[in-house]
Write a protein that binds this ligand. Structure first.
Ligand code: RB5
Length: 161
């Protein structure tokens, strides 16, 4: 599994912990930054990592900011992305099993490292269960298509069909 990993300055320390965990587990990843605590704009990192996941260069993504909210909102603007903000292992598992979430987001200012790593483990291990959830995911894609079509050259709406 290949992971696109990223954070803003508010999430960089937790990102480094996740990075260490991925290294320990021999899970392939690319770190999209940021690499210091200097202030940056979270949509920049979220967009780059989310586009790489949407383009299938990576299987999944993990994005971290202070709350996990900003990176999640930004990532979810990229067609094909289903980013889930999870601060507990139950939601992390459900976001994979029910929502087929392809990006996990977390907030460094919200949870501790121990819990964050448990969430990462649960999320990486869980798989989409399909079945009744398939048509719900399809309906999400339909909403995306409705609002992404005819938006000019930068539209990514048809890329993952
Ligand atoms: C940065 O101060 C903070 O706003 C950001 O990390 C994040 O929490 C935004 O949602």
């Amino acid at each position: 599994m290949k992971i696109a990993l990223g954070s803003d300055h508010g999430g960089v320390r937790l990102k480094n912990c996740v990075k260490e965990y991925l290294q320990q587990e021999n899970i392939e990843f690319k770190d999209f930054g940021t690499f210091s605590e200097d202030s940056i704009d979270y949509p920049d990192i979220a967009r780059e990592a989310a586009e790489a996941v949407a383009d299938r260069l990576f299987d999944r993504g993990i994005l971290i900011c202070g709350t996990g909210i900003g990176v999640g909102i930004a990532a979810n603007k990229v067609p094909g992305i289903r980013a889930a903000l999870c601060h507990d292992t139950f939601s992390a598992r459900a976001s994979r099993e029910h929502n087929n979430a392809n990006i996990l987001t977390m907030g460094e200012r919200v949870i501790g490292r121990g819990l964050a790593l448990e969430i990462v483990k649960a999320w990486l291990a869980a798989e989409f269960t399909g079945g009744r959830h398939n048509c719900r995911i399809e309906k999400i894609s339909e909403i995306e298509k409705k609002y992404s079509l005819n938006r000019g050259d930068d539209s990514r709406s048809l890329k993952n069909e």
